[in-house]
Design a protein around this ligand. Structure first.
Ligand code: 13P
Ligand code: 13P
Ligand code: MG
Ligand code: MG
Length: 365
């Protein structure tokens, strides 16, 4: 059975501040998607959250970038925003940058990750959702999952994986892309994806079967709006088992909380902490950045799940390390490398403050 798995997300209001989603907003979104399922547009859906981000997980047969599916998501966000405004939730409608829907939510604020594929005899998928970070946050884990045999032993011992994977990398600032294959091109690949504020892994394909293995959202709200309006807290879908990495190989990279950008005012680096969905409540200095993982088995497009993959004791140590790293990073206060480098701060109000002080600078002799 050919089906499309779409994850479309937006921050339509925070409860309290930017720390969490209000349960009534989730309930309203469920109503909206239940109606679409009853009407036959959706096969199935799951509404969940990561911090202040509302996550719509949908299966259907409309293909990627379907106007009907995107409109459903958009309308759900718009309706939710009305409720968020009534409750005066924080920054209600934050990620809806446009007043009118024009066929596709791409470039309008919400984040999108979609993949169309033939459902296998058993189809495990993991949906990663992050808050207080940005699209490039997946680069390091996707590299480990699909190109590093010290993480993924399947690359060495599983016949279907031994040929490796192809990485589609997007240059977020210049709007161009390049495809580089692992293992042959890993050094070329790392030149780019090691700079996650500029280059983001958009998709990964199996070189054995050409099948889609992973897809991420790469929107950058700041670049869309031309000024800081919140971040593109990203999502990523990864297929598991068979010619793809095992579920455990997919979760393993999150045991080392790597530094990502997006903490406090979108202007700080901090460790990405793997947490249960319930614990995606970034409250310390609006962070530290969180990642949650919803696992599903698909059955004729039905979403059997979610299994809350990081709600597992084996991630306790990673969480403790993330807290220790968070403490250490916080010691730097307003100094780099906790604060983002200057070129990244251009999307905050910093240029306006710098402009105000422009006349106070005098030339060095
Ligand atoms: P089971 O024998 O529990 O199915 O596990 C297979 C496996 O090796 C997973 O990594
Ligand atoms: P969100 O992008 O999750 O709304 O966070 C904004 C922020 O930076 C809070 O400090
Ligand atoms: Mg917010
Ligand atoms: Mg958010």
């Amino acid at each position: 059975m050919r089906l499309t798995l779409s994850v479309i997300k937006a921050d339509i209001g925070g409860y309290v501040g930017h720390s969490e989603s209000h349960p009534d907003i989730l309930a309203k979104a469920r109503e909206s998607l239940a109606k679409a399922k009853k009407g036959g547009l959706l096969i199935d859906y799951c509404v969940t959250k990561c911090g202040d981000d509302l996550e719509l997980i949908m299966t259907h047969q409309q293909g990627e970038e379907s106007e009907r599916i995107h409109k459903l998501a958009w309308d759900t966000f718009v309706d939710g925003t009305k409720l968020a405004k009534a409750m005066k939730l924080y920054a209600a409608g934050q990620d809806l940058l446009s007043d009118a829907f024009s066929g596709n939510v791409k470039g309008m604020g919400p984040g999108v990750a979609e993949m169309e594929f033939e459902e296998r005899a058993s189809e495990p998928v993991i949906i990663f959702m992050a808050d207080k970070t940005s699209a490039g946050a997946w680069n390091l884990p996707l590299y480990k999952i699909f190109a590093d045999p010290f993480n993924t032993i399947g690359l060495v011992i599983a016949t279907g994986m031994h040929t490796g994977f192809a990485f589609e990398v997007h240059d977020i600032k210049e709007h161009r892309k390049i495809i580089l294959s692992a293992p042959e091109k890993i050094y070329d690949l790392l030149i780019f994806i090691g700079a996650p504020s500029r280059y983001a892994v958009k998709a990964v394909h199996s070189r054995e079967t050409k099948d889609i293995a992973a897809v991420s959202s790469t929107q950058r709200l700041s670049l869309i709006a031309g000024r800081y309006v919140g971040k593109d807290d990203p999502v990523c879908i990864v297929r598991a088992q068979g010619v793809f990495p095992a579920v455990g190989e997919i979760l393993e990279p999150f045991t080392s909380p790597h530094l990502v950008e997006g903490w406090m005012r979108g202007s700080h680096n901090g460790p990405l902490m793997p947490v249960s969905i319930a614990d995606s409540t970034p409250s310390r200095f609006d962070g530290p950045p969180r990642v949650a993982a919803a696992g599903f088995q698909l059955a004729e497009g039905n979403l059997v799940g979610p299994r809350d993959m990081f709600a597992d004791k084996s991630f306790d140590f990673a969480r403790q390390r993330a807290n220790e790293i968070a403490d250490y990073m916080r010691c730097h206060g307003p100094f780099e490398p906790h604060r983002l480098p200057l070129e990244e701060m251009e999307y905050t109000t910093m240029p306006q403050i710098a402009k105000k002080l422009e006349g106070r600078f005098t030339t060095l002799k």
